[in-house]
Design a protein around this ligand. Structure first.
Ligand SMILES: [Ca+2]
Length: 397
């Protein structure tokens, strides 16, 4: 069993090296929020504030996500010849599904929602080699609606996906503040720097300048600070410094007529997450109310959402993402764009932890929430992505 898993990871590693060798379409492939390497780095991913490591994207542990393990072994279980055959089988399935008079959504979901991002890149490359046409182009022309948007999102590499979402957020009509918060609050410094680089490469202008043009006031200041990627990423906790900063926050907010916003912004965007938890603890001791309630009282709108988001992330990324998922489906409408972004970007990282937290916090499973709020192929595909237990079906190959 252990040997099998080990061999699986070796194959994944080989596949990844292969990517580099065969030449990537995107200059900054991999990265983003989805795993980039199958390094065996041990991280403590236990759920809960004490044990949680919010920087784990950097120290990806391939052993903790059962979804990812099962998906990776689809291709990773045997030699390269068999891997190629499985990939070719996927390409055939997709081609047949797309050539049918009515595109066969079930077959498309069956393949694409049960592969890892790296595997989908492989499938797309092989598809293009064989059919001389980009897979994503065929998918885009044959599918429609939110199902199409979801499938296209699945086909993008993580960094590329984030860059496109950020571009749309600040270059469309109005500003998509949810996208800015979802992405910029949650990514680590390294990921943000990579995004900045690719953004400028693809769109000419810098992400910072586009955000500046499209936003205003302290929300803009918050987003610009996050794009600066200046957060301390150590685990160092200094209790006396936490007390000093807690007092500063109290003086800048509740004890002040109005609010001294820059104090909140600089502390919340630069402090490491463990220290931020300590500041919250010291703040409550000092003030008799929580830092969260102070931010809720002192700020409003999207700025408040962003600052509260950072406090959630200090408790653990799944806490933040469960809440964002809930917000995307709350009320009568659904923010499908946000739903797609969150499901796709977390699908190989912490979707199981998010689901666990979601159920606890909202008394409904994430799957049931999705069933209530979406329909048709879009719904089926979302469920397949978050489900993670459909691997048995893929064994029929
Ligand atoms: Ca005040």
């Amino acid at each position: 069993m252990k040997l099998q898993v080990f061999l699986g990871f070796c194959c994944i590693f080989l596949l990844q090296n292969n990517h580099g060798a065969t030449g990537q379409t995107y200059p900054y492939g991999g990265g983003g929020g989805i795993k980039t390497q199958s390094s065996g780095v041990k991280t403590n991913l236990g759920f809960g504030a004490q044990r949680y490591n919010p920087n784990y994207n950097q120290n990806y542990n391939p052993n903790y996500n059962p979804n990812l393990n099962s998906r990776s072994t689809v291709y990773g279980r045997s030699d390269t010849r068999e891997v190629y055959n499985l990939r070719a089988e996927d390409v055939r399935t997709l081609r047949n599904a797309l050539e049918a008079p009515e595109p066969d959504a079930k077959a498309i979901i069956h393949v694409l929602a049960h592969r890892s991002n790296l595997e989908r890149v492989d499938i797309a490359n092989l598809y293009e080699n064989i059919h001389k046409q980009p897979l994503v182009k065929d998918l885009g022309s044959k599918l429609t609606g939110w199902f199409k948007e979801l499938i296209i999102a699945l086909m993008m590499q993580p960094t590329q996906f984030y860059v496109k979402q950020l571009y749309d957020a600040v270059n469309g009509a109005g500003t998509d503040e949810d996208a800015l918060i979802d992405i910029l609050c949650s990514l680590n410094n390294d990921e943000i720097r990579r995004i900045r680089k690719l953004y400028e490469h693809v769109y000419g202008g810098t992400l910072e300048s586009h955000i500046r043009q499209d936003t205003s006031g302290d929300f803009r200041n918050l987003m610009i600070a996050l794009v600066g990627a200046e957060r301390d990423e150590t685990d160092f906790v200094d209790i006396s410094q936490a007390r000093v900063n807690a007092q500063k926050l109290l003086d800048a907010g509740k004890l002040k007529w109005g609010t001294d916003e820059p104090i909140f912004l600089s502390i919340l965007t630069q402090t490491n997450y463990k220290q931020l938890r300590q500041i919250s603890i010291e703040y409550e001791k000092l003030a008799g109310h929580t830092l969260e309630s102070a931010i809720t009282d002192e700020f409003s709108g999207t700025l408040r959402q962003g600052l509260l988001g950072i406090l959630r992330i200090a408790q653990g990324l799944p806490v933040f993402f469960a809440e964002r998922l809930h917000a995307s489906m709350e009320g009568s409408g659904t923010n499908n764009k946000q739903l797609i972004r969150l499901v796709v970007s977390r699908s190989e990282i912490d979707i199981d932890l998010i689901k666990a937290y979601y159920k606890t916090a909202y008394k409904i499973s994430l799957e049931d929430a999705i069933i209530d709020d979406t329909s048709g192929d879009f719904k089926e595909c979302l469920l397949a992505i978050v489900g993670g237990n459909l691997f048995q079906q893929t064994l029929k190959f």
